[in-house]
Design a protein around this ligand. Structure first.
Ligand SMILES: *Cc1c(COP(=O)(O)O)cnc(C)c1O
Length: 364
């Protein structure tokens, strides 16, 4: 007997809310439907009466939320007859584009900043077999080049300026509302190009607009809080930044592509942008790992780092229900993780029962 279970990627799950038809060939790796995990220890640790959930996007097929946008963008590129896709990337977009291109049987070209991409992301992109073009420049330089080259070559851009990316990514908001029964009070996330904050707002807004005929859904929308790294904080400075610098390489972006869209999200939701130092971001990353057992990449932890500051100041009040998006998996950037744990490096002992016993008893 044939296996009847169908894969459950996000396009199938939210088909009626996405731009696909019955004839569309869907390019999927089973993305979406990621865990929404309630933090159990951190609220007590900081002494705050709050309900905090993290949307763990690191469990998508290539380890970041980019897969939500990529399933949609590649599906549409193939539908439109494209034979190749291209992107500029700080790493996660390239890994995702590379994987979905393989799945579709088309070619992927990725422009990445030389030496500024986390090891895991590079390994993935190489392994999937994408054509990697390293540039001696940053993400913003790569993005400008990709826009130009797409006018001269038959390639589809799959960066978040491709509107289908945001269509796919808005489904994360649907999943949260479906699971919590209503939108949270606040939604915190890291901001680079600001495509994701725009996509979440689109998702929350579409559900809210439908709430009249939809008993399971309310018209509530969250306050959107976008967090950047201090050295790459154009939304906080109110202007583009030319030489962005941060340990959180996924948000090392000075010229955000969704600039106007994200300002609109801020205004409509009554939210704000703020910036965190690299040390604050790394501390939040370690806190999630060591107090909750959740390992995200540095950029992702900006969401919690920002939330902690805003809880402390009272800007986000006690009693709130908050969702933080953890955009990427901690395994993406092993160098930064190991670098952060220098003081807890493994002890090295003789391979004997006595020595192991002593090592255990010494640290009990
Ligand atoms: C892409 C990415 C971001 C930033 O998302 P934008 O849509 O560019 O704002 C944040 N964190 C991780 C891990 C990413 O890969």
């Amino acid at each position: 007997m044939a296996i009847t279970k169908r894969y459950t990627g996000l396009i199938e799950n939210y088909r009626s809310r996405l731009p696909v038809s019955a004839a569309t060939r869907i390019i999927s790796l089973g993305e979406g439907n990621t865990p929404l995990i309630q933090l159990l220890n951190i609220p007590a640790l900081i002494g705050k009466e709050v309900e905090i959930y993290v949307k763990y996007e690191g469990l998508n097929p290539t380890g970041s939320f980019k897969d939500r946008g990529m399933t949609m963008a590649v599906t549409k590129a193939v539908e439109d007859g494209s034979r190749a896709i291209i992107c500029a990337s700080t790493g996660n977009t390239s890994a995702s584009a590379a994987a979905y291109a393989v799945r579709a049987g088309i070619k992927a070209f990725v422009l990445i900043p030389e030496g500024k991409i986390a090891l895991g992301k590079l390994a993935q992109t190489l392994m999937y077999g994408a054509k990697i073009i390293q540039i001696r420049g940053n993400f913003d330089d790569g993005m400008a080049l990709v826009k130009q080259v797409a006018e001269h070559a038959p390639v589809t851009i799959v960066n978040s300026i491709n509107p289908f990316r945001l269509e796919g990514q808005k489904t994360a908001a649907f999943e949260i509302v479906d699971e919590l029964g209503a939108a949270p009070d606040y939604h915190c996330l890291p901001v680079g190009n600001a495509g994701n904050i725009t996509a979440y707002w689109k998702g929350y807004s579409e559900y809210a607009a439908d709430s009249a005929g939809h008993p399971a859904v309310t018209d509530k929308r969250p306050v959107m809080c976008g967090y950047q790294a201090l050295g790459a904080s154009p939304f906080v400075q109110g202007k583009m930044v030319d030489n962005p610098e941060t340990v959180a390489t996924a948000i090392r972006i000075g010229h955000p592509q969704s600039w106007d869209l994200a300002w609109n999200v801020q205004k409509e939701s009554g939210g704000w942008f703020d910036a965190l130092g690299d040390e604050q971001i790394l501390l939040a990353q370690k806190m999630l790992a060591q107090h909750e057992g959740i390992f995200c990449e540095p950029a992702s932890a900006a969401s919690l780092a920002g939330l902690l500051v805003d809880l402390e100041s009272g800007k986000i009040p006690a009693g709130s229900r908050i969702v933080c998006t953890l955009t990427g998996n901690g395994l993406k950037d092993p160098d930064t993780a190991i670098g952060q744990c220098r003081d807890t490096h493994p002890v090295s002992i003789e391979a004997s029962l006595d020595a192991v016993k002593k090592a255990i008893l010494d640290s009990m």
